[in-house]
Ligand binder design. Structure first.
Ligand code: AMP
Ligand code: GLY
Length: 423
């Protein structure tokens, strides 16, 4: 079977790496891909939201399965586009339809879904430009820190956590009145602040059944000790040591089951990954957010621990026979360290040659913001490469990743030296 993966990050290289191991995969295409996917698949120079170009590529290359990496095409309805097209409707798409992708596309939609299905989450209220004055009053009745969330997709930047009431009020106005995040902040969700430690749970669903993948914890801040600006993720660990069997059972019963049942009840068609961002408050799991895709760099630690053939899993999801599949997980821990361009998540330079990749033998180098240029691998993004290792525990795995990184070099290479520090 010929398979197309949409996206260009470390997540997509990891998908490609895992799919390549399957006997069911004959041809593998990635659009647009990166230097890592180019080495094991055919990269197609197509944007993930150019549906017509994707359609042509699917027909031309006889593709039978499309795996959607990032959220944008899902929120824009790529799955629906395939179902409505006579030439594409028999192609399997891994990723929810548009109505269900709103779980990530709109924070308010996600909050209403959680309320409707009794899924534990922070108390909230949402506001628009019309009732901004009410929003300001609402803030005055809350205690710091104040959590403001742009309703729509804002490339991971739409959540503000502020300690000062005046700053919070100013930001609320800037979001609603001055469109700080463009259309994404026409509506703002103000939320109760939850104090605890975060982890993520990944669920596969075919719309009827579900399977739970290993948990992971990512490190979002650029600076050591979780300081500085938010990034897409600077490293990840799987499994999460504090996620005990008792806690995982509670997540399954209080969050996963009502989520999958809620999707069914609400007629939200979902064949894909559900990425549930959780926070452990005391002993209780609470949902911070839903994403309708896998995480990056969480994928770089979750998929390496999956022993089951991923293409067989995808086929079962598409055929709604996921309940027949057994998910085998590697007992070892996996960790990844993200190498980023100096300056990221703000301005950074591109086109820096990356050397030493061939010296990495004890870890897996998943390429992210990198491409081939004149026979060399050069940087092309902020997050450049994720170095994943296995270990008997996360400490051992992290040590291996840091040792492997010693071999790598590019100008202004930066990475966090403390991944796992809080475990
Ligand atoms: P999100 O984009 O919804 O994942 O939010 C980004 C980050 O903001 C999360 O990973 C949390 O660290 C933090 N966050 C979001 N909502 C809350 C909340 N209600 N209480 C505390 N922290 C939060
Ligand atoms: N690492 C967080 C995310 O993929 O959204």
């Amino acid at each position: 079977m010929n398979i197309l993966i949409l996206g260009s990050g470390g997540r997509e290289h990891t998908f490609a790496w895992k799919v390549r191991q399957s006997n069911h995969c004959t041809g593998l295409f990635v659009a647009p891909g990166n230097s890592g996917t180019e080495a094991i698949a055919t990269n197609l120079d197509i944007s993930v939201t150019n549906f017509e170009a994707i359609k042509n590529a699917v027909i031309q290359n006889n593709i039978k399965l499309v795996v959607v990496g990032p959220e944008d095409p899902l929120v824009q309805g790529i799955h629906d586009f395939f179902l409505k097209d006579d030439d594409l409707k028999y192609v399997s798409v891994i990723g929810p339809q548009k109505a269900a992708a709103e779980l990530e596309g709109s924070k308010e939609f996600a909050k209403e879904f959680m309320m409707r299905h009794n899924i534990p989450t922070a108390a909230y209220k949402s506001f628009t430009r019309e009732n901004v004055e009410e929003g300001l009053k609402f803030l005055e009745n809350l205690e710091a820190p104040y959590v403001l969330k742009a309703d729509g997709l804002a490339a991971g930047k739409g959540v503000l956590i502020l300690n000062d009431i005046e700053e919070a009020k100013a930001e609320l106005k800037s979001m609603l009145v001055d469109a700080k995040f463009g259309k994404a902040s026409t509506k703002v969700v103000i939320e109760e602040f939850l104090d605890g430690i975060e982890l993520s749970c990944f669920v596969l669903t075919d719309g009827k059944n579900y399977k739970i993948l290993p948990t992971a914890k990512d490190y979002k801040r650029i600076g050591e000790g979780d300081t500085g600006l938010n990034t897409g993720g600077m490293g990840a660990v799987s499994p999460v040591p504090f996620a005990t069997k008792t806690f995982l059972d509670r997540i399954e019963n209080e969050v996963v089951k009502p989520t999958v049942n809620g999707l069914k009840k609400d007629n939200l068609p979902y064949v894909g990954f559900i990425f549930i961002g959780l926070i452990k408050v005391g002993d209780d799991p609470k949902v911070i957010e839903y994403n309708v895709r896998m995480g990056d760099p969480e994928t770089e630690v979750v998929l390496p621990r999956l022993k089951t053939d991923l293409v067989e899993i995808f086929q079962a999801m598409a055929n709604q026979t996921l309940s027949d599949v057994t998910i085998d997980i590697d007992e070892r821990a996996a960790t990844t360290i993200m190498l980023v361009s100096g300056g990221y998540p703000e301005d950074y330079e591109k086109g820096k040659e990356i050397t030493g990749i061939e010296k990495i033998t004890n870890s897996i180098a998943f390429h992210a913001g990198s491409k081939f240029q004149n026979g060399k691998v050069v940087t092309s993004g902020g997050r450049v490469m994720a170095i994943t290792s296995y270990g008997n525990n996360y400490e051992e795995a992290i040590k291996k990743s840091y040792q492997s990184i010693e071999n790598l070099h590019f100008d202004k290479m930066n990475y966090r030296k403390d991944i796992g520090f809080d475990l």
